[in-house]
Write a protein that binds this ligand. Structure first.
Ligand code: GLC
Length: 429
């Protein structure tokens, strides 16, 4: 079959963000940020306080780091050596769901079971030693309302988590109780941070001029250091929950997907940009091109990555991936069109994400010259998705113009663990 060229072109246009719209999104994000600082109810950003600023880089000592942000939970014993250096002494990792064996994230699971399992991992990380005192930093990558560095209540589960008895609770109280039930009284949870905050802390521990931390992976979110200039308040990192930004005009695929999703109306930007959702949008557009409008084929962002990477003349990989997921055999131009569709969705994602970074940079500059800085990013889309990094750079140039050379992005790989240890160290001040 050959795609309807007119339809194909329309779909590409619908997923394309030109320079004007890019500027509009960055400006709207900045506006929402400013509004959010005045009155959070006026903004689509949650602006969650983290009760932590930037580290000095000289934090030292051995800490426990719990990284809990997806279905894989990790507990690390990390030695901070100061001068931005550290050493991982021990690492334990387990999924929260093993099909056929256990499931701590599904509908039927409870907080007690989940935190009991995590306490077991902590026990492994300290190798059963119930005497040495450890402070534990906890990277908990879900929207949480904090009143201090310890006290973080889960507002709402994201990323399809459904465990009962955690929403509305102080997560470290649940962890403490589970540790005590196992006789682990020497481990004291003292800090909870979002993964974006962990990325920022980890990057700032190693180098100066980092004020923005972001996750660009299955989920997407960003935090930044708010200086609270001219106010009594000390500088503090704010977790924006930027995946909830709702001022980007959605196309009809975005609208349709949101309608069918677990939580319609929530996480609108995340549904356009993060790895978890790009494959879904691609699957909807593919169905339409195959004459099956309204259907959604299951593709992942890894499929999209493999589609984009196929440089063979016959586009053999593209053909195989499409055949595997749809049962359809495509040839010739259709295969390059499939690649173009995947690329266009990835490029859109990188552009909207960058527009939010620039919105923050403009807000931080407050009308003064933009500061020299590195944006710290962690996550599989940023790290591995073809076209992502280069389109972030391109969009930075488009938006920042003469200021663009002052800003770049750095990969902060594994920052969630290191950041948690740094937060534990900072909790002693
Ligand atoms: C989701 C969560 C957010 C987290 C992000 C990346 O957007 O709500 O807290 O930072 O995923 O893991």
């Amino acid at each position: 079959m050959a795609f309807d060229k007119h339809l194909f072109q329309n779909i590409i246009t619908e997923f394309t963000i030109d320079s004007d719209r890019l500027h509009q999104i960055a400006g709207d994000f900045r506006y929402d940020l400013r509004k959010g600082l005045e009155d959070v109810n006026q903004s689509s950003l949650r602006m969650l306080k983290s009760y932590v600023g930037l580290p000095t880089g000289d934090e030292q000592g051995e800490y426990l780091a719990l990284d809990f942000g997806g279905t894989n939970v990790r507990v690390l014993r990390i030695k901070l050596l100061g001068h931005g250096k550290f050493e991982v002494v021990k690492k334990v990792a387990q999924p929260l769901r093993k099909p056929g064996e256990y499931d701590y994230v599904g509908e039927g699971s409870t907080a007690e079971e989940m935190f009991g399992f995590i306490a077991g991992l902590v026990d492994e990380a300290i190798e059963g030693d119930h005497t040495t005192k450890y402070l534990l930093g906890h990277t908990f990558s879900f929207p949480s309302e904090q009143t201090d560095l310890y006290n973080a209540k889960l507002i709402i589960w994201t990323k399809e988590f459904a465990t009962k008895g955690v929403e509305g609770q102080v997560v470290n109280d649940l962890l403490k109780k589970a540790l005590q039930a196992k006789g682990i009284t020497n481990v004291e949870p003292t800090a909870v941070i979002n993964d974006t905050v962990a990325v920022l802390l980890a990057a700032a521990y190693k180098q100066p001029n980092v004020y923005i931390g972001s996750i660009y992976a299955t989920g997407h979110n960003t935090c930044y250091l708010e200086s609270f200039e001219g106010q009594a308040q000390e500088p503090m990192i704010l977790n924006l929950e930027s995946g909830g930004f709702s001022k980007i005009i959605p196309n009809r695929f975005d609208l349709e997907f949101d309608k069918q999703s677990e939580k319609p109306g929530e996480q609108r930007l995340e549904k356009m940009a993060s790895g978890r959702y790009m494959g879904e949008l691609f699957g909807m557009a593919m169905a339409e091109l195959l004459g099956e409008k309204g259907r959604k084929y299951d593709f992942t962002s890894i499929d999209m990555s493999n589609i984009i990477l196929d440089e063979s003349t016959a586009r053999k990989d593209v053909a195989a991936i499409i055949k595997e997921h749809t049962g359809k055999e495509l040839t010739g131009d259709d295969l390059t069109d499939v690649q173009k569709l995947a690329s266009t969705i990835v490029v859109r994602s990188a552009r909207v994400v960058t527009a939010t970074y620039v919105g923050i940079i403009w807000q931080m500059a407050g009308g003064k010259p933009v500061q020299e800085q590195h944006i710290a990013i962690d996550g599989s889309v940023y790290e591995k998705m073809p076209l992502a990094k280069e389109n972030i750079m391109r969009a930075l140039y488009e938006l920042l113009g003469d200021d663009a050379p002052k800003v770049d992005t750095v990969l902060e790989n594994g920052g969630s663990g290191l950041g948690a240890a740094i937060a534990a160290a900072m909790s002693q001040k």
